[in-house]
Design a protein around this ligand. Structure first.
Ligand SMILES: Cc1ncc(COP(=O)(O)O)c(C=O)c1O
Length: 435
């Protein structure tokens, strides 16, 4: 049977970005079963014993409580499970002194929160509520101010032409072999044609953290047009706190602060949290009612416990952050020791998230070909060109980067980076010979 698909059907049945490449990776893993592979491709966080124990304890508490029936045997409100909403309100008000600022006119209330089944869903609601064609046929853009960014943004737009990304500027420290992306404010255009703005901070895939000033500047550019700015905080504090550099959370009338419990050990329960102006929250809540009524309540109930007790923020800071920060240090140290000094390789500053991002300037082959060469020596990473959703213009840089996951064991990371250094040396050398 071959059903005829609508434009939306065709768009949504496409696998975009990294999900398309996962098929190749899974086949490679299957074919290489039994071989010693360094799989540094995964975006799935590891199960850390302390984190698993926290969720096990919260579950045991829920099971033993009279609340259990109410949680799993009844429908609830589309906005989310009230105890979780209250927990987020109290935690954020207290932790960030929000009642002392005027961002929410005297602190967060339950009207400023929406719980969604994972934050990916939240971006789907927002991208299609604010981006796409208006009733009068005008195209409202979904602006990604700094490309590369999260590949999933490519999959959430029902109207693909609405997605527009901007090339960054590069801060390069040549002698240290490090670099950092910055938004290029001389190019970034946010106007009455903009529907919303989205970026991840810390960023998947690069580990970049936009500075507080850069975030404020983007929000200020969007404010005159009443354009919502979604700050994807899937890796930000207070949970999972996967920032390795200081950063403040920025709140404001046109900022939707979006977080997720996926990297805090609960990806299977699908919990996304939007925090922002109630007018924005109401739009997204109605979208959610129409699509799926509400998120599953079991995960919400255990999350409420972990947030209220303070255990989640505590474990994020004491266990989750140091674990991945240490992985980055292992990766960085191995590359510094193994990569030839005379090659133009640049590692993005490791400011957060669970990935490293490597730029091989003037790479004589494409990132996809380099990925194939790495597979031959048992190393699997993700070619970087999959992380530029919405960037229409051709840019060599797009084909010169790799995303390396920090979810490998230390041995996998060390072996993987040593082998990568050898492959890089050979690839640059063979092009010099043939030139
Ligand atoms: C930057 C970023 N945003 C959003 C998501 C989606 O997360 P979830 O839907 O599990 O909350 C991910 C997942 O990897 C991510 O890396």
């Amino acid at each position: 049977m071959k059903p005829a698909l609508t434009q939306f059907g065709a768009q949504m049945s496409n696998l975009t970005g990294v999900r398309a490449i996962m098929k190749d990776i899974n086949e490679t893993l299957k074919a290489g079963a039994g071989q010693e592979l360094s799989n540094l491709s995964a975006g799935n966080p590891l199960i850390l014993p302390e984190v698993e124990q926290l969720w096990r304890d919260c579950t045991a508490e829920l099971l033993a409580s009279s609340e259990y029936g109410e949680v799993v045997c009844r429908y609830g409100s589309s906005q989310g499970y009230a105890p979780l909403i209250d927990a987020v309100v109290n935690d954020f008000n207290q932790r960030y002194g929000l009642n002392l600022t005027d961002a929410f006119g005297g602190g967060l209330t339950e009207r400023n929160i929406l719980i969604t089944p994972g934050s990916q869903t939240l971006y789907f609601y927002a991208a299609n509520s604010f981006g796409g064609y208006t009733k009068s046929g005008e195209l409202k853009q979904i602006v990604l101010p700094l490309s590369p960014d999260y590949t999933g943004y490519g999959g959430v737009c029902l109207v693909p032409e609405a997605l527009v990304a901007y090339k960054p500027t590069l801060d390069i420290d040549a002698s240290a072999h490090r670099f950092k992306y910055r938004p290029d404010f001389s190019q970034l255009s946010i106007t009455e044609k903009t529907g919303c703005v989205i970026f991840s901070r810390p960023c998947n895939p690069t580990g970049n953290v936009l500075s507080d000033d850069e975030v404020r500047k983007i929000a200020a550019l969007a404010a005159p047009y009443d354009v919502p700015v979604l700050v994807d905080s899937a890796y930000a504090p207070p949970f999972p706190a996967l920032n390795f550099t200081d950063m403040s959370l920025i709140f404001g009338e046109n900022i939707l602060h979006c977080t997720s419990l996926s990297k805090a050990g609960l990806p299977g329960e699908r919990i996304g949290i939007a925090i922002g102006d109630e007018k924005l929250i109401q739009v997204l809540e109605s979208f959610q009612t129409n699509i799926g009524i509400h998120s599953s309540r079991y995960g919400q109930a255990i999350a409420a416990r972990a947030i209220n007790s303070g255990a989640l923020a505590d474990i994020a800071e004491k266990v989750i952050r140091p674990f991945y920060q240490n992985k980055f240090a292992v990766l960085e140290g191995t590359l510094d020791a193994a990569m030839p000094k005379n090659l133009p390789w640049f590692l993005h500053r490791g400011e957060g998230a669970i990935f490293a991002w490597l730029w091989l300037q003037d790479l004589p082959i494409t990132d996809w070909e380099f990925y194939q060469e790495l597979k031959k020596v048992g190393v699997i990473v993700v070619p970087g060109s999959t992380f530029f959703p919405g960037l229409k213009e051709e840019w060599q840089h797009k084909h010169q980067c790799l995303r390396i996951s920090l979810t490998g064991s230390d041995t996998e990371i060390v072996t993987g980076m040593q082998r990568l250094a050898k492959v890089a040396e050979q690839v640059y050398q063979s092009s010099a010979v043939s030139a």
